[in-house]
Design a protein around this ligand. Structure first.
Ligand code: PEP
Length: 253
């Protein structure tokens, strides 16, 4: 594996969990050698997560950040606020944000830049819909997303992000991409990154879409895949740890 590529498993709780769950969950986590674990709870629980993970090698982040550092944006949270709590990460461009909040690639690019400016590591999500895949447009769709984001944010900013390929049809559906589909798309992403002048072989690329402890090993066999962004299966700490162990085993970490 090229230097710069990291093994990473992130657990996106989405709008799930309770305040009480945070400490219990954190107590159930175990560090897995060679794998960076990242917990992404609802923003309201970030401060509790900071306390619960104090002194732990496990990091945490936000599910979204605003493009602006401050201002009249009722209900939104700035990347700097997230960083101030001690978070290291921000997901940007999750397909649920794109679908339910109308987020465009341009907005995602601005959020990527805002996260970097606040000192956060962005995780940028890309992925095609079922109809786009069925129409044979999956690679073109993901390539277009990547190019639009690079055009707006700049290749240098994109090179500092982790990229998560999350086919929309596989998110929360129990249907995963086959290991071949997943690895093929990750190879396409590396090719597009190369084209854009981003050092693709040093980029950390994650797969997301119904990953769980049972199917993780098959997905991680793909040589272009460096880890996973996990939704539903991340709600139990032992299952997230099992996925991280599967990653370490697959990559001989
Ligand atoms: C996600 O929310 O990014 C995700 C991949 O969800 P799930 O694992 O539930 O499909």
């Amino acid at each position: 594996m090229a230097e710069g590529r990291r093994l990473l498993v992130a657990g996106n709780w989405k709008m799930n969990g309770t305040r009480a769950m945070v400490a219990e969950y954190a107590a159930g986590l175990e560090a897995v050698s060679g794998v960076q674990l990242v917990i992404v709870p609802p923003t309201i629980y970030l401060a509790d997560m900071a306390l619960a993970l104090d002194g732990s090698p496990i990091s945490f982040g936000a599910q979204d950040v605003h493009t602006q550092a401050a201002g009249a944006f009722t209900g939104d949270v700035a990347a700097g606020m997230v960083a101030e709590i001690g978070a290291q990460w921000a997901i940007v461009g999750h397909s649920e944000r794109r679908a339910y909040h109308g987020e465009s690639d341009e907005l995602v690019a601005d959020k990527l830049v805002a996260a970097l400016e606040a000192g956060l590591e962005p995780m940028v999500c890309l992925g095609e819909s079922l109809s786009q895949r069925e129409a044979g447009e999956a690679e073109a769709t993901v390539g277009r997303q990547l190019r639009s984001i690079a055009q707006r944010a700049g290749a240098e900013s994109l090179s500092q992000a982790v990229i998560a390929y999350e086919p929309i049809w596989a998110i929360g559906t129990g249907v995963t991409a086959t290991p071949e589909q997943a690895d093929d798309m990750h190879r396409v992403i590396r090719n597009v990154l190369d084209d854009l002048g981003v050092p693709a072989d040093t980029m950390t690329l994650l797969y997301g879409g119904s990953v769980n402890a049972d199917n993780a090993a098959d997905i991680f066999a793909g040589e272009n895949i460096d880890g996973a962004l996990v939704g539903g299966a991340s709600l139990k700490s032992d299952s997230l740890v099992a996925i991280a162990r599967a990653l370490a085993a697959a990559k001989h970490a």
